[in-house]
Design a protein around this ligand. Structure first.
Ligand code: ATP
Length: 202
């Protein structure tokens, strides 16, 4: 599942719609300090469902919206569109009908984030799961932040294992297990309540 195009609108320093075409092979982004190279990587993480403002170098998620400059007013929303090439039909079940997969995340001030996959409204969780199953994602080891290599070298075995698991594409399973456990716990407490009611009636 190959990334083919990234479009940013009102996202951080990318105020006007900006397309980044991603072709086969290795993609390098070069430019002077502060031109927005890290913002591009953050846009990729963000569209995969990243929800921690600190991972986006902000205090709140709305900090990703273009905040204005001396000559341009601030925007009301930020949008990132990611196109994936799905001609080999490698997308996870449920998303596998088309040659391209287009994922959109838009955040509007005071409203929050909304996600779409191929023009259909979906939940954040669906997008997170899609990328987790495709062995990539907001926490993917394929996206390397500055300073992350030394973190990896110094990492504890447990965190290193998490990285390997992500690469093996099984982190989506952990998320599902976690959700199943929560459901089980909810059901157990419902059962206890039913027992109480039955006892009272008897
Ligand atoms: P370096 O090489 O120093 O790491 P970089 O090319 O990675 O730089 P970024 O850190 O991606 O650059 O971009 C920082 C720029 O983005 C700064 O000029 C900052 O003012 C701008 N920026 C960040 N958030 C916003 C926002 N919400 N609105 C407008 N501009 C923003």
């Amino acid at each position: 599942l190959r990334f083919s195009k990234l479009r940013l609108t009102g996202f951080k320093s990318f105020v006007d719609p900006t397309d980044l075409i991603i072709t086969d092979g290795l993609t390098g982004v070069v430019g002077p300090n502060g031109c927005g190279k890290s913002n591009l990587l953050e846009a990729l993480r963000w569209i995969m469902g990243e929800n921690r403002p600190t991972a986006m170098r902000g205090d709140g998620m709305e900090d990703v919206i273009f905040a204005g400059t001396a000559s341009r007013p601030a925007r009301n929303f930020a949008e990132v569109v990611l196109q994936l090439d799905n001609s080999e039909r490698l997308a996870p079940a449920g998303f596998n009908d088309d040659d391209t997969l287009e994922i959109v995340r838009r955040i509007t001030r005071d409203v929050g984030s909304a996600y779409k996959v191929n023009a259909k409204d979906v939940r954040a969780r669906d997008v997170q799961m899609l990328f987790a199953d495709a062995s990539t994602g907001a926490h993917s080891p394929a996206l390397v932040r500055q300073g992350q290599i030394s973190e990896l070298i110094n990492a504890k075995p447990k965190s290193r294992r998490r990285i390997l698991e992500e690469a093996a594409g099984i982190s989506g399973l952990y998320q599902r297990r976690h959700e199943a456990e929560l459901k089980l716990r909810g059901t157990e407490s419902n059962l206890t309540r039913v027992d109480d009611v039955v006892e009272q009636l008897g």
